[in-house]
Design a protein around this ligand. Sequence first.
Ligand SMILES: Cc1ncc(COP(=O)(O)O)c(C=O)c1O
Length: 414
Amino acid sequence: MKIWRPFTQEKIVPPAIKVVKGDGLYLYTENGKKYADMISSWWVNIHGHANKEIAEAISKQAATLEQVIFTAFSHQPAEEIAEKLKSVLPNSLNKFFFSDNGSTAVEVALKMAYQFFKNNGETNRKIYMHLEGSYHGDTYGAMSVSGRKSMYHFNFSDFFFDTISIKVPEFHEETQNIEQRENKIIKGVEKTLEQRGHEVCALIVEPLLQAAKGMVVYRSEFLERLIATVRKFGVLVIFDEVMTGFYRTGRFFAMDYLKHEKPDLLCISKALTGGFLPLSITVATEQIYNAFLSDDFSKAFIHGHSYTGNPIACAAACKSFDILMREETIRNIKAIEEFHKRTKLQNVHNRRSLGVMTAFDMTSVEAAKELADQLFEKGIFVRPLGKTVYLLPPYCISIDELDWVYREISHVLN
Ligand SMILES: Cc1ncc(COP(=O)(O)O)c(C=O)c1O
């Protein structure tokens, strides 16, 4: 028997370590060790591992209604999570389409954007715009609008559809002339759209934080200008908040940093269930939803999955939302954010922090791996992205624990 792991070159990495238990910040392994999970297990479990309240909500829901076909039927947990999310979203975003992972939430948004125009008789809008080096998932559509040359996706480039890629004005402690760089990119986008704007259906972005690329941060001022520019050409805007949602950036959604522009479509997943179960939602505006209403079935959004809107996952999402909205949780989020901002690290490059995320670059991939290996020896789990090392802890971490992690990092770096 062999388990084939994701994103893993099985020939060169050591066998997986068996985890027997999770509790808050910590993972406990079969061989009696304990590790602080400083990346929230691929950014999902915002309240820490094995949160008792979410576990209880799941247990209760499983004994009440575990699953139901989500066409003729609906259920209370799905309606409740949609209502809860509506309360923190702009009024314009109020149509909720369920699926079960981030890549699929993105596929759904891409398909909705294209079909929106098609249903309205505009059949020539077949191109998507995206930011260079983004990561939107591993299905073909999501890969096509991601960093196409990245190690995640280049093996499949023969099959990608036509897109327009936009450069990203990266912003960190050492950045200079940011406005000049932003201006140049916006002018370039405008020029491209003057020629091809009528062919473009949507722009998709990871707002403010390109996570898998290497925790790359860019300014909200740039994003607002980019959106205003593409909108002049009738292009729809998709925010992929699969990673940035649920206070990762210090606000409920990264879109909350924008003063003027909001997306037409929003993708959320990962932290939606507090990291307990797979669930995702694509939220659309009324205008998009209405374009699918017709007496003609072919104009419907003909897409779905066996586990669409799973009641247990929705119950977990409702409980996770309630915990997230507590004063105590928000206080912890702010404390983590402030700690990242005020705590310096020597011998690192391009430090950037946004919300509960902080990242820096080492001089090489090997140096980043060496740092991660040494931290692991001390009971701290991080997983570098190339030469970038980052922290993205669950909100239950205490400042003492965070301080310990920083001290251990400094110790290795020095
Ligand atoms: C911004 C973003 N979009 C989409 C995805 C894909 O989500 P999933 O892994 O659930 O398919 C990810 C995963 O890391 C992501 O970071």
